[in-house]
Design a protein around this ligand. Sequence first.
Ligand code: ATP
Length: 586
Amino acid sequence: MDFIRVVDSFTEMSNTRRRLELTEILVSLFGEAGADLKKLVYLIQGKLAPDYEGIELGMADKLLIKGLSLISGRPEKDVEELFIREGDLGLVALQIAGGKSQNTLISQKLTVQYVYDSLIRLAKTKGEGSIRNKIGLFQDLVINSSPGEAMYITRIVSGKLRLGVSDATILDALVKAFADKDQAAGIEEAYNFHPDIGLIAEMLRNGEVSRVLEIGPAPMIPAKVMLAERLHEVRQILEKMGGTASFEYKYDGLRTQIHVKDGEVRIFSRGSEETTRNFPDIVKHTVETFSCTSCILDGEAVPYDSETGELYPFQTVSRRRGRKYDLDAKSKEIPIVVFLFDIIYLDGKELHREPYEARRKILESLFVPDDHFKLASRLVSSDEDDIEKFFEQSISSGCEGIVAKNVSADSVYRAGARGWLWIKLKRDYQSKFEDSLDLVVIGSFGGHGRRKGTYGALLMASYNKESDTFESICKLGTGFTDEVLFNLPRKFEGITSKDKPARVESTMIPDTWFEPVHVLEIIGAEITISPVHSCAYGIIEEGAGLAIRFPRFTGKWREDKTPEDATTTSEIIQMYKLQKKGNVGS
Ligand code: ATP
């Protein structure tokens, strides 16, 4: 497939925000891609492989400026100035490629395969002379590009393609192109267990839909984790669960998926990010504790004082996650215990379709709890009073509440799904509206007075799963320490956008737009009807959306969450209705 065909579609995509139109553009592109489909799908994501393979592009701006300067014959300083003016190296490349003189135009037509293979070489170039080689490969691509091709190649190479096409939309288009509508849920589930969209695309194109529907968990491939719905009363939970359920402590740490295969251990976070090197102690203890040849364990890692049995707050572990050096010293300082609550694979056997009770039994038989691995405390009960007591016990042990798990025969493990098989109950839901929400930063307003040089407020959004967009819900200006506040402009460098980003819905115009990347935990006083915000616009009231009143940052960056994991618009609607009924806010 010619790369210019892809570029035309990219341009079409950037002219629409409607999910349906985006899907249609993708469907026709996929229909023409032939054997290039797999590579094409990765390029649309701005990637070369699934994240867990660790093949990264993200060439530094400085190197790309050097490359563009060499191509154009213009001094680096000029290219840099152009970059500052345009704010996007893609646009700089567009101008430079547009101004190429005839004799530098080499008429080699770029194909998807050629572009992809060059980018793979570029990403894999390591060691001595690698910088020169990387610049050389980039130059070679741009020299052979039309202006539009140069723009998109530069954006891909810099890790900033940002077409506004989510994985969910790509999957939708793949289903439309190669499968039946009623297979969509099964294909999504396969992707959640094996998040390699290129692989799934290729199998679907080869007519292997039934094989795709069979895909389950596999060791060393991070499965998306199962999530819980939320309710506010034990009684409601028991009703939903059919009278009896297993109630487990809800530990406040880091979701940890541990993979073992032939003595090797890999650890993944809630967002499928590999965190193995941040937890050498967990790796070591896994090898010592589990004698199986392969397994996938699910649990929560919590800092723990083995003398007193006390659990420490999340932040202590969170600091560790980003820490690159001195890990051994750190693990002695903050020992970690992993509370295991699930197992989805053991010694060549997929367990995700086994019921919860059976999985728990297997997990219990696999190890003897000690200071490194424990089983999540649980109570199987149908008695409201006993469950309330268990809830209080969990809070006094330093937990956030409880997670109820369905004990029926069809209580399977649903990767990446938030469903009613697991229901969480947190303390703050029970009293007043202090539900914490995880919202996405989409913009900022300039600071004045004491806040000069940083932002006065951030524009926050919820995630609308149905339309795959981020809808403005409040301006957030409180709860920041000075240190965090003055660091914000640096933190958001590289995600600013000249125009409203593709999947953002907001009639409020901030001074600066941000690509939806960062997720912050906030609490608020209540949810109110708002004529200025886009969250749930027109759903509760005509001509109005929903907003959070008096939002405050809790200090927690939800780095373990992708923007699509943020609180959804339908959750906000549900909370608003509960609040109106008086269940919350009284
Ligand atoms: P929150 O922001 O409340 O932590 P979340 O959005 O990260 O929630 P939820 O599905 O709402 O995720 O809540 C489940 C989370 O609770 C899991 O991701 C996990 O990190 C944590 N957790 C702690 N203990 C348990 C347990 N026993 N079973 C399941 N999840 C648990």
